[in-house]
Write a protein that binds this ligand. Structure first.
Ligand code: 5GP
Length: 188
């Protein structure tokens, strides 16, 4: 998506440790117009898929996911990055975060993810694919079907996307960054 790539080049900063900082439009401040364009770009690639629900993970996946929910007129459910003791019927899984270098617990209520669901998983970044693996496991636990996964930005050099594609998952990434070396952002 050309507009997204331009915005990444204008506002993105390549940090040490292979992190791309896009706080001005995706991870802290949000640009609703760009978010709507992102949602439309995802929707275009999801036509003809029998999707009835959008699943994302808090916090930064929620903005693009809810915009996509609006465009596709579908409900959006976000996976929580903790295990709320007050909630019942939760599906739970551990996920490793390389940006935070720690393991955290993700959970979703079985009430909102069932064997009747055909979902698209939406997230801000795809790196090594750990978050996506967590979602795959939660979907398996619930009996739901993953029709596709959509990422605003994929860091291709970390390999998560290629591994998921090799396993047959439909992975839609609107911008694929192939290098952040020398603080320079290079796209695939
Ligand atoms: P993965 O689980 O695919 O290794 O990493 C994806 C998750 O880590 C995303 O949900 C995102 O929050 C975070 N993440 C990974 N790489 C980056 C990055 O370069 N920049 C930002 N802002 N978040 C990232």
């Amino acid at each position: 998506m050309e507009k997204l790539k331009q915005r990444i080049l204008e506002d993105g900063k390549a940090l040490s440790g292979d992190i791309l900082k896009v706080d001005s439009f995706l991870n802290h401040q949000l640009d609703p117009n760009l978010m709507m364009d992102i949602a439309r770009a995802f929707a275009k690639q999801l036509v003809n898929k029998p999707i009835n629900k959008i699943v994302t993970i808090e916090a930064s996946g929620i903005a693009p996911a809810v915009m996509l929910g609006y465009v596709m007129q579908l409900p959006v459910v976000f996976v929580k990055k903790k295990f709320p003791k007050t909630m019942e019927n939760m599906l739970v899984r551990e996920v490793y975060s390389f940006t935070k270098d720690r393991v955290y617990t993700v959970s979703i209520s079985h009430d909102f993810l069932t064997e009747d669901d055909h979902i698209v998983f939406i997230d801000d970044f795809l790196a090594y694919g750990n978050a996506a693996r967590g979602i795959i496991d939660l979907c398996a636990q619930s009996g739901s079907t993953i029709e596709a996964m959509g990422f605003v930005i994929e860091k291709g050099f970390q390999g998560g996307g290629d591994a998921l594609r090799a396993e047959g998952y439909e992975v839609i990434s609107l911008a694929i960054v192939d290098s952040l070396e020398n603080n320079e952002i290079k796209f695939r």
